[in-house]
Design a protein around this ligand. Structure first.
Ligand SMILES: Nc1ncnc2c1ncn2[C@@H]1O[C@H](COP(=O)(O)OP(=O)(O)OP(=O)(O)O)[C@@H](O)[C@H]1O
Ligand SMILES: [Mg+2]
Length: 172
């Protein structure tokens, strides 16, 4: 089921497999350099969607939650990368900078997927117009951020909001 509101599109999935399949479809339209911010509560399906993105990128190895490792790196066929980050245990922007998050957010040969992006809101959000904060040397903000919001509706049902442009590129 699909509904449009403003420039967001809401997709409802009724199983883990459907969410994973959605991730694979999104992967097909994501150019290198994009950062995908996955918003949603515990169990909303962020890791399942990330696994789907990995499958869509042709990554066959197991994709597990990076909650404890903070970041998992997967090489894609052809030599580019998928970085899967989980900021749940990261308190703030400075903690993320301390572990070198720039390397993952600004890699031109990778797509980075971030669970719990709220933890590093200052690094991901661009103020509208004007000068950007100079938090990361030489970089003002993350280019081409793709925001996805997941929410729990029922035991096996999730609502997943995508930017309309991504939805349309996916060819639904
Ligand atoms: N429609 C659905 N889409 C995705 N996951 C679903 C769906 N229905 C049920 N589930 C279940 O919900 C859980 C989602 O877990 P997942 O690890 O992806 O959540 P998460 O958002 O990454 O949570 P966390 O914040 O703890 O990392 C899985 O156990 C999955 O089987
Ligand atoms: Mg997760």
């Amino acid at each position: 089921m699909v509904s449009h509101a403003m420039d967001w599109v809401t997709i409802t999935t009724d199983s883990e497999d459907e969410t994973q399949a959605l991730g694979a479809r999104i992967a097909a339209v994501l150019p290198l350099g994009r950062v995908v911010a996955l918003h949603g509560d515990l169990g909303a399906g962020k890791t399942v969607l990330s696994r789907g993105l990995a499958r869509g990128f042709g990554i066959t190895e197991p994709v597990t939650s990076p909650t404890f490792t903070v970041v998992q790196e997967y090489e894609r066929p052809g030599g580019s990368w998928l970085f899967h980050l989980d900021m749940y245990r990261i308190e703030c922007d400075d903690d993320a900078l301390a572990f070198g998050i720039e390397e993952f957010l600004f890699a031109p040969d990778a797509v980075a997927v971030v669970e719990w992006p709220e933890r590093i809101a200052g690094l991901l959000e661009c103020p509208s117009g004007g000068e950007q904060p100079d938090r990361v040397a030489g970089r003002s903000c993350v280019p081409d951020l793709v925001v996805v919001r997941l929410s729990h509706v029922a035991e096996s049902r999730r609502e997943i909001q995508l930017p309309g442009v991504i939805h349309d590129l996916c060819g639904f």
